[in-house]
Design a protein around this ligand. Structure first.
Ligand code: ATR
Length: 272
């Protein structure tokens, strides 16, 4: 019998995770299968207990369930401090993890971008930003968080300050100066996402050639921000690898097997 894995969320119809994980299982000849399940807020506990009772191997969680899961599963310290769970392993009870920030870390590492000691500017202070800020603070980046709603940036900087003592939060008014002082810029806002593809948090005049720009938006892949980065001679990194690496890390947690990242990437790109 095949071991079932899945992703729970609402909406869930457009999730690329089934395609990505099923390609990985096929590639490795594993008797496993991965499906998308529409689970609404309030039904998560029942869905998890049902999955566990039916012998599921594990699940990913997406909007709007990641925060609710903290009250249900045994979350590891990183997921607890982020305040959200995106991966649950059923091997031994219900263990919760958050691999979203790890996706950003691996994406930067793959492009030979040094994280430790770098000046990192994260724009946005929502869920994705939290996961990335905690992970990259742990990895030794000097972090500035800038957000349209300044107080959210200040609060997030304060939350990570026990790991990153120099973390600071601010508004978007002085984005040019902030970018000037930065080695890495990560867009964690929805600016530039389909259908508002002309949106950008910064233009080429505000960037410099030593900068690395990672956009977590991957629809479209080549966002306005990344076009502006290229114009400025900066290194531009597309967001799909983050999705792939957070999935690859979940795959590793569940199976203990090295994930076939290039197969997973091909599967995701076919869907984009
Ligand atoms: P996610 O979970 O993907 O991080 P989110 O929690 O909805 O999504 O966060 C979206 C982020 O994009 C927020 O930081 C939001 O800024 P506010 O906190 O001020 O709302 C940011 N954002 C969305 N639209 C924006 C815009 N037009 N300009 C600047 N920031 C924007």
């Amino acid at each position: 019998m095949r071991t079932v894995f899945g992703v729970f969320g609402d909406p869930i119809a457009h999730s690329r995770s089934p395609h990505m994980h099923n390609a990985a299982f096929r590639e490795l000849g594993m008797e496993c299968t991965y499906h998308a399940f529409r689970v609404s807020r309030g039904n998560l506990k029942d869905a998890l207990l049902g999955g566990k009772a039916m012998g599921f191997g594990g699940v990913n969680l997406t909007v709007p369930l990641k925060q609710e899961a903290l009250k249900i599963v045994d979350a590891d310290p990183l997921a607890k401090s982020i305040g959200a769970v995106n991966t649950i392993d059923f091997k031994d009870g219900m263990k919760g993890y958050n691999t979203d920030g790890f996706g950003a870390k691996r994406t930067l590492e793959e492009k030979s971008v040094e994280i430790k000691g770098s000046n990192l500017l994260i724009v946005g202070a929502g869920g994705a930003s939290r996961a990335i800020a905690f992970q990259l603070a742990k990895d030794g980046a000097n972090i500035t968080i800038a957000n349209r709603t300044e107080q959210k940036a200040i609060d997030l900087a304060s939350d990570i300050s026990f790991i990153a003592t120099s973390a600071r939060g601010c508004g978007l008014e002085n984005i040019k100066e902030l970018i000037m002082e930065s080695d890495i810029l990560i867009n964690c806002t929805t600016m530039g996402m389909h259908p508002n593809t002309e949106g950008t948090i910064a233009t080429s005049e505000e960037m410099h050639p030593e900068l690395t720009v990672l956009d977590i938006v991957y629809n479209p892949l080549e966002t306005r921000l990344l076009k502006e980065a290229k114009k400025a001679g900066a290194k531009a990194i597309t967001g799909e690898m983050m999705l792939i690496y957070q999935g690859a890390e979940a795959f590793r947690i569940w199976t203990g097997v090295e994930p076939p990242v290039s197969t997973m990437k091909k599967a995701v790109l076919e869907e984009l």
